[in-house]
Ligand binder design. Sequence first.
Ligand code: HEM
Length: 207
Amino acid sequence: MFEGHDTTSASAVWSLYYLAMYPDIQQKVYEELVEVLGESDSINVEQAGKLKYLDMVTKETLRLRPSVSAIIRTLTEDLHLDDLVIPAGTGAQIRIWEMNRDPLYWEEPEKFDPERWTSERTKNMHPFLYVPFSAGPRNCVGTQTSILIPLLTFSLEIYNKGQKFALLEDKIMVGKIVKNFRLEFQTGTHIKCLPDVLPFVFICAFF
Ligand code: HEM
C-alpha cells in the first residue's frame, strides 16, 4: 500500500498545495491543460505526455516534498570517502529530503521553482543528485508495472519507466483537478511539516 498509493497521493496533494500557494504557477498549469485537452476533462496517456509544465511542477514537488524522505542500504564493501573508510556492513541512510535542499547543488533550495526543470537547466545534472524514486537495482519497481502498460511511450527524462508511471498517475490526478477547480488557501491556514519525526514518515500538522 505504501509503495504504490501513499507515495503518489502524497505527492499529488503537495502539488495541489503548491499550486494553491502560487496562483501564477497554477494559471500556467491551467493554460497548458486547456491547450492540450481543449474542452475535454479527461486526460489520456498521450495528452499527459504533452503536459510538460505540469511535469516540471511534479518534479519540483517531489524535490521539496519527496514522498520517500530517506532510504537505507547496507554497505556490501568498504566505502572510501576522502580519508574516511566506512566499513562494509554499515547501514547507510541516504537522506533524500536533505539532498534535495543542499545549497551546494540547488540555487535557492527552499524556493518552489518549476523552472529549474527545463531541459536546458537539467542537461548537466548529475544522475544521482535527484533520486526521489531511489536508484540502482532496488529503485521504484515500476519497470515491471510499465510492462503492463505498454502505452507508456511518452518521453519523460527520468531514467525508469516505473517512475514514468508514477509521474503519469500524479499528473492525471492533479491535472484533472486543476482543469476543473481553482485552488486557493482558506485565510488563516498554515501547514507545518516535520520531516525528521520518523525516518520515513513526516507529519504535517494543520493549525
Ligand atoms: C510519486 C510516486 C512514487 C515515489 C516517490 C516512489 C518512491 C520509491 C522509492 C524511493 C523506492 C525505493 C525504496 C528503497 O529503496 O528503500 C520505491 C520502491 C518501490 N516502489 Fe515506488 N514510488 C512511487 C510510486 C510507486 C508506484 C505507483 C508503485 C507501484 C505501482 C510503486 C512501487 C514500488 C515498489 C514495489 C517498490 C519496492 C521495490 C524494491 O524493493 O525492489 N511505487 N519507490
